[in-house]
Design a protein around this ligand. Structure first.
Ligand code: DX5
Ligand code: ZN
Length: 225
């Protein structure tokens, strides 16, 4: 398994040319494409449905697509995103009444499953569904917008989740989303993260490769546990 995964969030890409932008960031060294789905109900913003995911696949995007559902309800969206070519689908526990069943629904449709925790959401759900998830995604910001600052208490939470993953003995990725930049990525990795979403840090610069290279350089000094 690759040590560190960089997953640019296309939320901060130019939506007027999303296919080209996605291709460009893959050529710049992205491992995975992070795809933010917001419904103006679960979070105060509105973005892309499954048609956009299908459009990227039809355009020729082959990289894994990491769908982050900030929407409720999620059940029908899971089915439509799986059909549209999603690789991973991550959900927030607050977005479904039957979390165990909904994680199983993601698996049944051939995708890996992620569970997302907002900054103030306790980790208790992990006590019961650790065997059903492939990714734990911690939000470093309150979801809804790109370009926010990383909330420092997330570092402590990362360490707690990393410990739980080690104790479980399972192959689970620890993904971080929100406020990740080249100058804090090493500290975040040190706390346990191994998959990094970055939106504004990458798409806010003209040269995506130089940002991704700077992130990898910062990560090179961190020991992967
Ligand atoms: C926030 C989204 C993030 C967002 C991160 O609600 O889930 O994926 O794109 O953006 P940055 O990296 O700019 O904080
Ligand atoms: Zn996201």
């Amino acid at each position: 398994m690759k040590e560190f995964i960089i997953a640019p969030s296309i939320l901060s890409a130019n939506f007027a040319c999303l296919g080209e932008e996605t291709q460009k960031v893959i050529e710049a060294g992205a491992d995975v494409i992070h795809f933010d789905v917001m419904d103006n109900h679960f979070v105060p913003n509105l973005t892309m449905g499954s048609m956009f995911c299908q459009a990227l696949r039809d355009y020729g995007i082959k990289a894994p697509i990491d769908v982050h559902l900030m929407a409720s309800p999620v059940e029908e969206l899971i089915v439509s995103f799986a059909k549209a070519g999603a690789s991973n689908i991550s959900i927030h526990p607050e977005a479904t009444i039957h979390l165990d069943r909904t994680l199983q629904l993601i698996k049944d449709h051939g995708c890996t499953a992620g569970l997302v925790f907002n900054p103030a959401t306790p980790l208790d759900h992990l006590d019961y569904v650790m065997d059903k998830i492939d990714i734990v995604l911690l939000m470093g910001v309150n979801p809804g917008f790109g370009g926010q600052s990383f909330i420092p208490s997330t570092l402590k939470k990362l360490r707690q989740v990393k410990q739980r993953i080690i104790e479980s003995g399972q192959n689970i990725r620890l993904e971080i989303d929100g406020g990740v930049k080249a100058d804090n990525i090493a500290e975040i990795a040190q706390a346990g993260a191994d998959m990094f979403v970055a939106g504004s840090a990458i798409f806010g610069q003209p040269d995506y490769k130089s940002v991704i290279d700077a992130m990898r350089k910062a990560l090179a000094g961190v020991k992967y546990a």
